[in-house]
Ligand binder design. Sequence first.
Ligand code: GDP
Length: 690
Amino acid sequence: MEYIKKIRNIGIAAHIDAGKTTTTERILYYTGKIYRMGEVDEGTATMDWMIQEKERGITITAAATTCFWKKHQINIIDTPGHVDFTIEVERCLKVLDGAVIVFCGVGGVESQTETVWHQADRYKVPRIAFVNKLDRIGSDFERVIEMMEERLSLKPLPIQIPYGKEENFQGVIDLIEEILYIWYEETLGAKYEKLPIPDEYQEIVKLKREKMIEILAEENEEILEKYLKGEKIDIELIKKTIRKGTINLKFYPVLCGSALKNKGIQPLLDAIVDYLPSPIDLPPVVGFHPKSNQIEERKADISQPLSALIFKIQNDFNRGLLSYFRIYSGKIRTGKQILVVPTMEKIRVNKILLMHANKQEEVEELKAGEIGALVGLKNVKTGYTLCDLHAPIAFEPLSFPEPVIFATIEPKTKKDEKKLIESLELLMIEDPTFKVKYDEETGQRIIMGMGELHLEIITDRLQRDYGVPCHVGKPQVSYRETVTKESVGIGKFFRIIDNKLYQAEITVKISPKERGMNIVFNVDKDKIPENFYPKIEETILGITNSGLLIGYPVTNILVEIIDGNYNKENPSDFAFQMAVSNAFNEAYKNGMPTILEPIMNIEILTPEEYMGVIINDLIARRGKVLKIEVIKDYRLLLGIVPLKETFGYATAIRSLSSGRATYSMHFSHYEKLPEEEIKKIFPYLGEIIK
Ligand code: GDP
């Protein structure tokens, strides 16, 4: 199990333009050579490799890229640019164990950094901060640290300071070992030297180091004692304490550099290895049994049964669909059978890939803690679990929520029609909460999702990633219908066709229910034989699928078949279908049908000063705040709000809070649409639903 201590699964996140891509590229350059060549003169070898790769272009579009540093395996997981959907965020943060957050040395803590930081807070992800772009005019390391304290309410632990400022930024001073790193430009930063601290920096280093030790002394008795006695503190002890405190979220190590100028990357890699957790440093993962729903736990251990999560599906030019997975326990091996949850399909593992920056390596086996991609899996989607045949587990809900919002879509030019359809297919595989349907009646293609932002992101990806410019209609709420009181309907069918009597009679009872829809047969077998149940059920589902009031699906009802009768000389599906259709329609009309609207759970994180205006605005949107949690200078508001009233919310909350508040939303349940709203939205329904 030694190998697992040497794994780091990390994400790299940043505000757009802070330098995430440049930093990731440099990491892949500097790590590439060690694994590939193992040359003695690392510097020159790296430089050759970097030049080659720069010409060919390095792949950092993979959902996960594996690289090696000081005998440790670092898997860099691509974090989605948009982290607004709870399920996406949860999945992404479940797959990574730690993160590097890149800050711009000029901009400091920008709005997206703030969002990402707080999301990582909520999911308790250990983090390292990398303050980039220190070569730029206007950059200021100290100010970024102050901003971290003020705007993120966190405890930064600077373990480095920059050597030189702006265009004179030349290197990085390590406060732990008290050395200066200087990089050689001519080797593209691959070669560096460790030098003694220059005289003019002695004093500031002493001061900053003392500050660092003070923070560490709060976490470690031995350091505290030595600090008080003025004794020398062992470097290993310092590093051990930083590691422990980072993993326990007591503080966040802050490093500095300039990715573009090739400075600061190797110490950042050291810090990833030294301070971010390995899979066994974290608690076991929790899922549930797909049949019994009981909680199941898996430890990061190869002797436990296999459990893995598919966190991304990507289309690869050469190989087709790749399913990226992270193994939590056990191992995955080619030729072995495994179970896919929720489909419960047994599959044989065909090809396993380890994705490097410059190649895809076929491997026979991957173990707990590792990340790879499977080739050629059919019928799998993002969020599915892979597990041992005899130890099923699910890491995500078994059924994904139904879409609550929809819009029409069409390509800007007719010739893109086929490309649009194919791209939408791929997007659906990647994202199980996104759906597409073709409306035969209007001849329109409809995209459906979990919120306004969701559809915006899909549209954006269609244009940017798939190159299909398209027109998207105004988003519309997907309403539902239901009944408000218990009612009964009797349906009869009686007809002679070709001298045969087709006759059936059914009594249907409908009652309102909290969630979903059920059909129950409470009727004697001689009145309606069981072999007719499937057709009767199918007929009811057909009717309820497109509703009776306004054409939206019917939900939150219990349908009971309570009585029936038929011509025993000529039993017929057809007669029962006609009878149940009449019965259901009558019961539905008598049940005082009404319209339901989707209600969203909303979580808003805001600095305290904006809480008042945000709450007032939420109330004006027919929303409610159910709970307020205090997180230092921030308030986390937990509430509900009708989906219809959330259109344009992203812009609204930005202007209410000067861009400081962030939110996430997901579907909660359906609720009765208030009468005044019905009148506004569906005036033509008039008296029908009174
Ligand atoms: P991302 O949007 O976070 O992935 O940012 P990129 O890595 O694409 O960088 C955005 C821009 O900033 C690019 O033009 C980079 O060349 C530039 N950049 C990145 N790192 C640095 C740096 O350390 N110093 C300077 N001066 N520019 C940088």
